[in-house]
Design a protein around this ligand. Sequence first.
Ligand code: APR
Length: 233
Amino acid sequence: MAKFERIVILTGAGISAESGIDTFRDAGGLWERHRIEDVATPEGFARNPDLVFGFYDARRAALKSVEPNPAHRALARLEAEFPGELLLVTQNVDDLHERGGSRDVLHMHGELSSALCTACEMRSPLDVPLLDRPACPVCQAPTLRPDVVWFGEMPYRVERIYAALGECDLFVSIGTSGAVYPAAGFVQEALMNGARTLELNLEPSEGSRFFTESRHGRAGEIVPQWVDEVLGS
Ligand code: APR
């Protein structure tokens, strides 16, 4: 296996599917049961905040009954043992990367375990239902919302991600359909900068043609295999 020095990994809902968290666009996925316009846009939130609070409160509560899977743990091992630079970017708002042992996870779409205050714009840890209208722990205003990046909003730390894509020699995409930008464009950015690109997904994603190599299978199986190869053991 080629030796890499700087790796950027992007994960999506598919890496948490085997832990029992629904993906968005697969059969029976979240977007078949909920309207994006109602629960994942600022306009939907303005129209019916209780519907939105209920949606994210339920997803946060569900985290208590799921566990990280071998794919999450394999990436934590890679972080601990890889001698080069590694940036783990996730589109997921669950906490399974951290519970799987990863220490440095960039949540570009936010996190279920934190809230965002629309008055002081501070982010703070959240462990009570938003339906209870908890006050912002920083400014005390009753203006908390889910700390999730909705459609039409700018993801977190995009500059950091593009800087890493500009320098990496390997870009790996795991468990994402490649349907949502800017994340879906990262592979082209890495390719343009001369990196090898690897897709690890259950099936070909919308951006499959941009990957130097694609391996299709369940993340819980193909991610540990790939990590073994990179670490040479
Ligand atoms: N192992 C590997 N891949 C899997 C598995 C699995 N066990 N199960 C499903 N997949 C793949 C599917 O084939 C699909 O390509 O994971 C992908 C999941 O795609 P989506 O449901 O579209 O999720 P994602 O790509 O993370 O969505 C991106 O869209 O809805 C917004 O903000 C939300 O972050 C999300 C973004």
